[in-house]
Design a protein around this ligand. Structure first.
Ligand code: PRP
Length: 221
């Protein structure tokens, strides 16, 4: 019996953009998580199964070995801290930017220069704390779980730290990006013990993913 390989990933953009990579490795998902309520999805390979998890939980499943592999945004990995995980491959999918944003017309740079204390709402508390700490900006962080763009509109915060892809959500809410924290994309993560124990099964998968990513990057040039 070959070792079973379990890959944790979240539905939505990460799942959709991972399907072509799996196909390049000869693996086809047998259900669509947008349709099926199943959380364990089989694949065309009897020894590979998928776990459908909340995006923020992916590193946890892999850290504890409940999944051997995972696909997680760098935003999530920064918050998790990466303990117990190898991060061998930037898949270049689900790309966006982590930004500081504030209402249009808000003098963010001036406030920072004056040493004002800013209220910042975010789901990414650890990332925000490190970013503002490194710049010596005084902030009070308010933890939210989504729809951060609302916070400055109703006086909950002066600014937000959030992901920006097209910029449509910021524009629709009268906000503008004022500072980039960094680029974000999804990474392949691997449980460190799994890689040792199941290397024979995992290594070919990592190589197939690596080839698919390189081929797509070459096609985009
Ligand atoms: C993400 C992010 C922004 C939006 C950015 O939210 O938090 O709100 O997408 O995309 P845009 O620049 O293309 O408008 P998501 O829909 O993932 O939900 P969330 O609020 O739960 O994070």
């Amino acid at each position: 019996m070959p070792a079973v390989i379990t890959l944790a990933l979240s539905k939505g953009r990460i799942f959709d953009e991972t399907l072509p990579l799996l196909e390049a490795a000869g693996i086809r998902a047998l259900a669509d998580p947008e349709v099926s309520r199943e959380l364990v999805i089989g694949t065309s390979r009897a020894d590979v199964r998928l776990l459908v998890v909340r995006a923020a939980d992916t590193p946890t499943y892999v850290q504890y070995g409940a999944a051997d592999l995972g696909i997680a945004g760098k935003d999530i990995l920064l918050e998790h801290g990466g303990a117990g995980l190898y991060q061998p491959l930037d898949l270049g999918i689900a790309a966006c930017r982590m930004m500081v944003a504030a209402p249009e017309g808000f003098d963010y740079a001036g406030s920072v220069r004056r040493g004002a204390r800013l209220r910042v709402a975010t789901k990414y508390v650890k990332t925000a704390r490190e970013h503002f700490g490194a710049k010596g900006v005084h902030v009070d962080l308010i933890k939210l779980y989504g729809s951060m763009e609302l916070a400055p509109l109703v006086g909950l915060a002066d600014a937000i730290v959030d992901l920006v892809a097209t910029g449509n959500t910021l524009r629709a809410n009268g906000l503008a990006a004022v500072e980039e924290i960094g680029p974000i994309s999804a990474r392949l993560i691997v449980n460190q013990a799994s890689l040792k124990v199941k290397r024979g099964a995992i290594q070919p998968l990592l190589e197939a993913f690596g080839r698919a990513v390189a081929a797509r990057a070459a096609g985009n040039r």
